[in-house]
Write a protein that binds this ligand. Structure first.
Ligand code: ATP
Length: 493
C-alpha cells in the first residue's frame, strides 16, 4: 500500500490534516479531523476497556505531562535519551550518525568531469570506485564527528527562564506511573502481580521524523507498567520472564483481534548488545508498513531499574511487602508500550482495499466495527420527499443515542454508499418510498428500511421497530452479519 494514497485519503475525508497547514505546516505534526478524532478515540477506548476495565489485575492513571525535573535525571533521560548526530559543515543539515550510511548519497565524480550522481545506499561510484565520505545530501560538505543530541523538549516552569525552573515535556508516559507506584499501592491495596496503565501525550524532538504519523514530535502513548514479584515462579520459570511472554502474545492478539492481519505482524527481539540500559529483554511487535517492517510497539522487561532509581533519587522507599515471605521486594516491571498514532496508522493501512465492483473502482476501509469512526449512516433515497427526509432524521436521532450515526442526503444513493465505504462505515440504513408509502396515491408504507453491510454489500429489509435490536446484536453483542441477515428478506441492490 502506498503511503501517499493514504495521506491523501486522510486529508480529503477529514481523518488527518497537516498541522498549521495554512502557514506552510509544522515539521512532523498532524491534526486529527472529524473522522480521525473518532477513530483515535475508538482505538484508545477499546485499548482501555480491554487492558484496564475488563481485567481484575489492572488500574488506570492520568499523570501530568510536566513533572519534577529530577524524574528525568533518575530515569536516565537527561544523560542517555540521546541520538548521536553528525552535521554537514557546508549545508548544515543534520543526520543520525547510525543512519547516514543507509541513505542514498550525492557524488560529484572527478572521473566524469565532476558530473553529479545520486548513488544507492552503501554502493561505491561506478566510475571512480569512491565511497561516501561527505554529506549524503549536498555531496560537498565534510561531516562533523558524532555529537549526542538530547531528544527531550525543554521548557520553563514559572515566570523566570532560568536553570532552576528548567523542566521537560515528558518523552514517555511510563515515568508518571513509576513515581505514583506507592500512591496507587496505598490507595488500592493491590497484590503483585498488578499493572497500572496510562494513555497520554509524549514529546520527542526526533531528528528524522516522517512517514506520516509513524514518527512525529508530538504523539500519544498507551503504556502499561506491570509489576511482578521477582521471587515468584510460574510453571518453573521466573514470573517476570513467564509473564513477559504472556504480554507479548496478548498484545499481538489485540491487534489481530481488531483486524490487523497476522501476516503483517512479526516479533523482533533486541540483541543483547542493543538493549536499553534498563532492559533485561525487549521484544518489539513489528508491522509491515509501506516503508518496510518497523516497530509498532515494544514490550520490555525493565527489571527493578526504575523503582530503584526513583527510590534512590527521592529517598522514598518504593517496595511491596510480601506477606508470605515476610520481606520487602522491589517489583520487576514489564512494559507493553504502544503508540496510539502508530497503532492507528496500522489499522488504517490494514483496512484499506481497492476493489472492482460493476466495473468501477470501490475504495473501502474494512475497519473492525469497534474502530469505525461512524457506525451507521442514515441515507434517504429521495431527498425531495419530505416524509422520507423526516423519517431519516428521526432514525438518526434515535440511533445516535447509542451509536455514532450520521445523516447524509447530499448525493444520489450510489455515491452516498461509496462515500461511507471509503471511510469504513460498517452499516448504511436507507429510507425509501416503500418505507413511507404515498399518501396521495393512498398507498401505505411497509414501515421497513434497508440495511446494507459494507464488506459484502448485501442488503436486508428490516422493520423500523427491529432496527435497534438488529444494530444492538451487530454492534454491541458481536453477532455476525451472516447470522443476522439470514433472519430477514434480502433487498435488491
Ligand atoms: P523507535 O525505535 O521507533 O524510535 P522507540 O523504541 O524509541 O521507537 P519506545 O520508546 O519504545 O519507542 O516507545 C514506545 C512506542 O511509542 C513505540 O513503539 C511507538 O509506537 C511509539 N512512539 C515512540 N516514538 C514515537 C514517535 N516519535 N512518533 C510516534 N510514535 C512513537
Amino acid at each position: 500500500m502506498n503511503m501517499d494514497v493514504l495521506v491523501s485519503l486522510c486529508k480529503r475525508r477529514g481523518f488527518i490534516f497537516q498541522s498549521s497547514e495554512i502557514y506552510g505546516g509544522t515539521g512532523s505534526c498532524w491534526d486529527y479531523g472529524p473522522l480521525g478524532v473518532e477513530l483515535k478515540h475508538n482505538v484508545k477506548r477499546v485499548w482501555w476497556r480491554d487492558f484496564v476495565q475488563r481485567r481484575a489485575d489492572m488500574v488506570g492513571l492520568d499523570a501530568s505531562i510536566l513533572m519534577h525535573p529530577t524524574v528525568w535525571k533518575a530515569s536516565g533521560h537527561v544523560d542517555s535519551f540521546t541520538d548521536p548526530m553528525v552535521d554537514c559543515r557546508e549545508c548544515k543539515r543534520r543526520f543520525r550518525a547510525d543512519q547516514v550510511d543507509d541513505m542514498p548519497w550525492v557524488h560529484y565524480c572527478e572521473a566524469t568531469k565532476g558530473n553529479k550522481f545520486t548513488i544507492a545506499a552503501g554502493e561505491p561510484c561506478k566510475h571512480c570506485g569512491a565511497r561516501r565520505t561527505l554529506c549524503p545530501e549536498c555531496g560537498k560538505g565534510q561531516l562533523t564527528a558524532p555529537r549526542q543530541f538530547n531528544l527531550m523538549f525543554k521548557t520553563f516552569m514559572g515566570p523566570v527562564e532560568e536553570e532552576a525552573s528548567l523542566t521537560y515535556l515528558r518523552p514517555e508516559t511510563a515515568q508518571g506511573i513509576f513515581v505514583n507506584f506507592d500512591n496507587v499501592l496505598q490507595a488500592t491495596r493491590r497484590k503483585l502481580p498488578f499493572g497500572i496503565a496510562q494513555i497520554g501525550k509524549a514529546f520527542r524532538n526526533e531528528i528524522t521524523p516522517g512517514n506520516f504519523i509513524f514518527r512525529t514530535r508530538e504523539f500519544e502513548q498507551m503504556e502499561i507498567e506491570y509489576f511482578v514479584n521477582p521471587h515468584d515462579t510460574i510453571e518453573g520459570r521466573p514470573a517476570d520472564e513467564y509473564l513477559h511472554d504472556v504480554w507479548i502474545e496478548q498484545c499481538k492478539a489485540w491487534f489481530t483481534g481488531y483486524g490487523v492481519s497476522s501476516d503483517h505482524l512479526r516479533l523482533h527481539q533486541h540483541p543483547d548488545a542493543e538493549l536499553a540500559h534498563y532492559s533485561k529483554r525487549t521484544v518489539d511487535i513489528l508491522y509491515q508498513f509501506p516503508m518496510g517492517w518497523s516497530e509498532l510497539m515494544g514490550i520490555a522487561n525493565r527489571t527493578d531499574f526504575d523503582l530503584k532509581q526513583h527510590a534512590k533519587f527521592s529517598g522514598k522507599s518504593l517496595t511491596w511487602f510480601d506477606e508470605e515471605r515476610k520481606e520487602h521486594v522491589v517489583p520487576f516491571v514489564l512494559e507493553p508500550s504502544a503508540g496510539v498514532d502508530r497503532a492507528l496508522l496500522a489499522f488504517l493501512l490494514d483496512a484499506y482495499r481497492e476493489e472492482e465492483v460493476r466495473n468501477e473502482k470501490r475504495v473501502v476501509l474494512r475497519f473492525h466495527p469497534e474502530l469505525a469512526p461512524v457506525k451507521i449512516a442514515v441515507l434517504p433515497l429521495l431527498k425531495k420527499r419530505s416524509e422520507i427526509v423526516a423519517r431519516g432524521h428521526e432514525l438518526r436521532d434515535r440511533l445516535a443515542r447509542r451509536w455514532t450515526t450520521v445523516y447524509d442526503d447530499t448525493a444520489a444513493i450510489g455515491r452516498l454508499y461509496r462515500r461511507q465505504d471509503e471511510v469504513g462505515t460498517p452499516y448504511c440504513l436507507t429510507v425509501d418510498v416503500k418505507t413511507v408509502g404515498d399518501a396521495e396515491k393512498g398507498e401505505a408504507g411497509d414501515g421497513k428500511v434497508t440495511i446494507r453491510e459494507r464488506d459484502s454489500m448485501e442488503q436486508i429489509r428490516v422493520p423500523i421497530d427491529a432496527v435497534d435490536t438488529v444494530f444492538g446484536r451487530l454492534l454491541d453483542a458481536g453477532a455476525s452479519w451472516a447470522d443476522v441477515a439470514r433472519e430477514f428478506p434480502r433487498a435488491e441492490g
